[in-house]
Design a protein around this ligand. Sequence first.
Ligand code: OGA
Ligand code: MN
Length: 283
Amino acid sequence: MRVERLGQSFVARVHDLDLSQPLAAAEFAAIDEAWFAHRVLSFPRQQLTEPQLMAFSSHFGPLEKHVLRDYHHDIYPEILMLSTVVEDGEPQGLADAGSYWHSDVSYKAKPSRASSLYALEIPEQGGDTLFCDMAAAYDALPGAMKVRLDGLQAAHNYHHRNRVQVDKKGIRGELTAAQRAETPEVLHPVVRTQPETGQKALFINPGFTVRLEGMPASESAALLEELFSHCLQDRFCFRYKWEKGDVVAWDNAVTMHCATVLDLPAGSRRTMWRTIISGDVPI
Ligand code: OGA
Ligand code: MN
């Protein structure tokens, strides 16, 4: 296999690996090395069945099911269907998934360690996924800001996000009482440490982070705004352009990402399988 850094970025493409086959220990070791050297890895030209994608994803940790059961794959609930396609009035997947900057599942006490997406169907143009390097963004903060953020906690709230999405497009439905009970608001450190590398990163995102704890609402909103505009500078961001057959996996502890599906022209076909890899309580 060959690892190619994409641009001057934190994203790399891993060539010459067939993920449908069991990988050797040395190949997994090389993937891990690339994983920690970069933060987002793309594996082009794959042709996978559901169990093959799940087997590969499981290398990064145990898989967990998304709270939106309606969009689970019919046979493999560990796969979440993302799709803009509607067949006979039936949406083939969640059509507005991740269409806001976020880190996957940061709204739970144990956010996901990693995620993978496998592109089954990609439109001619658009539908890119944007990534942001939250470790580089943290490193570039002025020292005084790092001191200010030290020990600060932020609230992450899924109910808030679902409400915004429902109001926006009417694509997804209201959460059920059971889904609400599964996703109580949680607090996480604003600065977290990647457990394997010791790298510090900002762990807040516009999608799920609703406030900073222990300060007046206006101060919290202003500081979040300032931090988000710092993170979303071009120098920390990368636009990933998909090709059918790509598998992209990333470290949620040190990145955030944003789908651009809502910008696609009506009738565009984009379908992905998504797996969620469990993580630990951020520290
Ligand atoms: C998601 C997500 C990105 C995309 O499903 O959480 O971020 O580009 N998807 O589809
Ligand atoms: Mn996501």
